[in-house]
Design a protein around this ligand. Sequence first.
Ligand SMILES: Cc1ncc(COP(=O)(O)O)c(C=O)c1O
Length: 407
Amino acid sequence: MPETAASATTSPLSDRVTVMQESATIAMAKKCRELIAQGLDVINLSFGEPDFQTPQYIKDAAKQALDDGFTFYTPVAGIPELRQAICDKFKRDNQLDFQPNQIVVSTGAKQALANAVLSLVNPGDEVIVFSPYWVSYEEMVKLAEGVAVPLVGTLENEYKVTAAQLEAAITERTKLVMYSSPCNPTGAVFSREELGAIAEVLARHPQVYALADEIYEYINFVGEHVSLAQFAEVRDRVITVNGFSKGYAMTGWRLGYLAARPDIAYACEKMQSQITSGTSSIMQRAGLAALRGGRASADEMVAAYRRRRDLVLDIVKDIPGFKTPTPSGAFYIFPEVSAYFGRTAPDGRTIGNAMDLALYLLNDALVSAVSGDAFGAPNCMRFSTAASDEKLAEAFRRVKVSLAKLS
Ligand SMILES: Cc1ncc(COP(=O)(O)O)c(C=O)c1O
């Protein structure tokens, strides 16, 4: 909430940070850790994090970089070999031709997204955010003093925004469109046809740019990953973001990148040069090894994610009131849970919304999940499926029992 005039005079904090929300996923994980510290057997399904170890060949490359004394500042946009390897990856996986001067390596895809938003959005510019959306999009837009305009997909369409919806939402103030596919939180994946129709709309509005977040590219159960930049009519206006956190199980390493038109890439590099400089030299060597190793390690993890998705869907189909589209990618389920709003818990408390339900499940089932508010979907909840089969089976068994206690 914005500060009141009275408190603004006593607080040293900027309006910028005061209006910013703490990441809901991080806040829930904090609560969850508190309960674990009290000795409770909490199953944490609130994090967007693979439970796999980073593949050994990538760890070895990081050790080698240290042994080589590769410990100095790097160029801001990344070491040349890595930028080239990213171009090679785009060519191999996405049939996209980029030159190294179009690539900016960052401290996670999160920084790549922030660089792009801060480099493109002026105060008052409208940014259409396909909703449900990843928690940080809206806050990044606020930081840039833009106006986030959530555009909500329907449950019937697996929450995917349609080209017609986009056409109707674009105004002369629209500067940017942001989305993820595969989507966090819904797991929806845009098909070639759907993205092609979106590209056609964008082609008619030359002032509008698009930020395509493809961080879950490899975690895709339908097969084809389509990049918006593959559509020639909009290629120059698409900023493609990707990274290592999800596909290579490298969340803690903090390595991501974007590809864009040279002037936009240069702007992002300039932004980064004044905030963090080039990301860690050691991590860049690790990223280089990851890309050179191809996607075999990711494919093994994807097989496990698919099995877990099926296992979880099989349990939740018997949970009354959960309306859960089948995710085509990523590692979440995102049920619509509003059937439980207005019900009463055994302690007499009323479940008014998804946040109440998340807190009830945390306390009663000892399962931590995130309320959909943070993703622009207040009737939903997000459960991660990046946990062992045993933990998932136990977690959803407990959820089912706790929900049955609501009257
Ligand atoms: C959709 C989406 N984009 C970007 C990120 C950030 O990824 P990174 O860890 O590379 O900063 C995440 C992480 O949860 C995400 O889910």
